[in-house]
Design a protein around this ligand. Structure first.
Ligand code: SF4
Ligand code: SF4
Length: 270
């Protein structure tokens, strides 16, 4: 390296140090212009733009709108959402959702990749990515967030959920039993409302047949065979009408036929 290049390098270094220190002194005397935040010191952050509006922070759940559909749980690519509850019946200690009763709703921030895929398909738009970014914890167990309490998942939560699971199973068994009873009662009432058809009394006229349905459009309807007119030749193959039935034996006897008249005398011939 030549002497000139060496001195030029020293001058450039001194210039960048002066520029950096000038910026430091500027923020020292004008703290309102600071754009960076000391970690853990949120009080000095600018109020109007703490984090960008589209920031994907730690999740927030609007529990009262949740319908316990598990869609967010299934949409998560890393399986970090778990939930438990029932729609059948309330139980002690449950969080009330929209037509459901929830006992747990946790999110493991140790696994979360903040992809927002759980929020997009939610039919009630009740799970959101919040503005909070501080997910630091002393242990990995504390990295699991209870979205029902907005606090880290604790051992007390675990005990409460185990008790709630038993209550949920009992409530679901009771609801199933009531549904079965209601179904059987409905079937019995239906059977009573539709009695079996009584046999027709001897000699009673037959019930009229319902009129037939009209033929569909375009269907070929066979013409009825006309009855033979008296005096007209019978069509080939037409069956002869049956002979009249003999009169019944009961009733008065018919008179005998009249005897033939005697022959008339021949007129005299002259
Ligand atoms: S942001 Fe992504 S990784 Fe995190 S809980 Fe939602 S779906 Fe799962
Ligand atoms: S998708 Fe929405 S409504 Fe369904 S369980 Fe998740 S948060 Fe609740």
């Amino acid at each position: 390296m030549s002497l000139g290049a060496y001195l030029n390098s020293i001058g450039t270094s001194a210039k960048t140090i002066v520029a950096g220190m000038a910026l430091t002194f500027r923020y020292l005397i004008r703290p309102s212009e600071i754009v960076t935040i000391q970690y853990g010191s949120k009080n000095n952050a600018p109020k109007e733009r703490y984090v960008p509006d589209r920031h994907r922070g730690i999740h927030i759940l609007e529990t009262e709108k949740c319908i316990h559909c598990h869609i967010c749980e299934k949409a998560c690519p890393v399986d970090c959402i778990t939930m438990d509850g029932t729609r059948d019946a309330p139980f002690d200690g449950a969080w009330k959702g929209d037509g459901c009763f929830i006992s747990s709703f946790t999110l493991d921030l140790n696994k979360c990749i903040f992809c927002n895929l759980c929020c997009e398909p939610c039919p009630k738009e009740c799970i959101h990515m919040g503005m909070e970014f501080d997910a630091a914890a002393y242990t990995r167990a504390h990295g699991v967030k209870n979205l029902l309490t907005d606090a880290p998942y604790s051992e007390a939560d675990r005990v409460r959920e185990a008790e709630a699971r038993q209550l949920i199973e009992a409530a679901e068994a009771e609801a199933k039993r009531r549904k079965d009873e209601a179904r059987k009662a409905a079937a019995a009432a239906k059977a009573q409302a539709t009695p079996a058809a009584a046999p027709a009394a001897p000699g009673a006229p037959a019930a009229p047949k319902p009129p037939g349905l009209p033929p569909p459009p375009g269907a070929v309807v066979p013409k009825p065979i006309a009855s033979p007119t008296p005096g007209m030749p019978k069509p080939p193959g037409a069956a002869m009408p049956p002979p009249p039935a003999p009169p019944a034996t009961a009733g008065p006897a018919m008179p005998p036929p009249p005897k033939p008249m005697p022959p008339m005398p021949k007129p005299p011939t002259n």
